[in-house]
Structure formats: structure tokens, C-alpha cells
Design a protein around this ligand. Structure first.
Ligand SMILES: [Zn+2]
Length: 148
């Protein structure tokens, strides 16, 4: 119960009439002056938030997938191989879990938002690579665990 709760959260959403981004505290759109239905505005703002978290989760997934490479390489570096192995094994499980979670959470979004469409493209790519990594690396990790 800190000071953060004192700040009212003003959420943004696209105006249903003109499509400009406006906030839920307005009585009318500041661009086209259409009156704002607050119930619909709240729902639209919630959907806008969901779309933006879908986009940020997608870029987070891409970073996690990309980190598999440096961690994977560290496994072969003397003294750093334990860090590499821990990071690699963590990501090897975290990326598929996060990818599945993404599909469950955001699968139902229907929007023309180009950011969301490129985010979904990213997740399709991550899903495909993850599937390959999970299938292919089971064998080599088993090999590593014998060696380490
Ligand atoms: Zn408007």
C-alpha cells in the first residue's frame, strides 16, 4: 500500500470513431469530438493493454531465444562452462514454457494493429526454433551432462 496507489491509472485506447489514441479520462474524443462511452472505453483500454503486453512479451521471448546462443557457447569456455550450462538449461525450459503461455494468453486477440501482427510473427518464429531446439538438444545436452 505505497504511494503508487495514489496515482490514478489513465489508460489509452483507440477512438472507435477516428482511431486516434485517446485516454479513458476524457468525456469526448479530443480529435473528432465523439462522446466517449466509458464502459466501452475501459474494455477497449484493457484490450489495448493486452495487445501491448503481447508485443512486449514477444520481444522478451525473442531476446530469451537469442540468449541461448551465448550461453550455449559459454558451455565450451573453461571456467565459465557452469554459468553457460545453468543459463542454457534454464532458457531451454523457460523459452518453451513462455512460448506456450504466450499462445494461451494472446491467441484470442483480433486486431489490425501492425505491431501485434509482427509480434505474432516473431512468436511463430520463436515457436518453430524452440521446437527444433527442444527436439535436437535433448541428445547433445545428454552428451554434455555425461562430460560435465
Ligand atoms: Zn475520435
Amino acid at each position: 500500500m505505497g504511494a503508487f496507489n495514489l496515482t490514478p491509472t489513465v489508460q489509452v485506447f483507440p477512438c472507435p470513431h477516428c482511431g486516434e489514441t485517446i485516454n479513458t479520462s476524457l468525456q469526448e474524443c479530443s480529435f473528432c469530438h465523439s462522446p466517449i462511452d466509458h464502459t466501452a472505453a475501459k474494455a477497449a483500454a484493457a484490450e489495448t493493454n493486452r495487445i501491448s503486453s503481447a508485443c512486449s512479451d514477444a520481444s522478451y521471448l525473442k531476446i530469451m531465444l537469442a540468449l541461448l546462443i551465448p550461453f550455449g557457447l559459454l558451455i565450451f569456455v573453461p571456467l565459465l562452462n557452469l554459468i553457460g550450462l545453468v543459463g542454457f538449461v534454464f532458457l531451454k525450459y523457460a523459452v518453451p514454457v513462455m512460448t506456450i503461455r504466450w499462445w494461451i494468453k494472446y491467441r484470442s486477440i483480433t486486431t489490425a494493429d501492425p505491431d501485434f501482427h509482427s509480434a505474432r510473427g516473431t512468436v511463430i518464429f520463436v515457436s518453430a526454433i524452440t521446437l527444433l531446439v527442444v527436439c535436437f538438444l535433448r541428445v547433445s545436452l545428454f552428451g554434455l551432462s555425461v562430460r560435465v
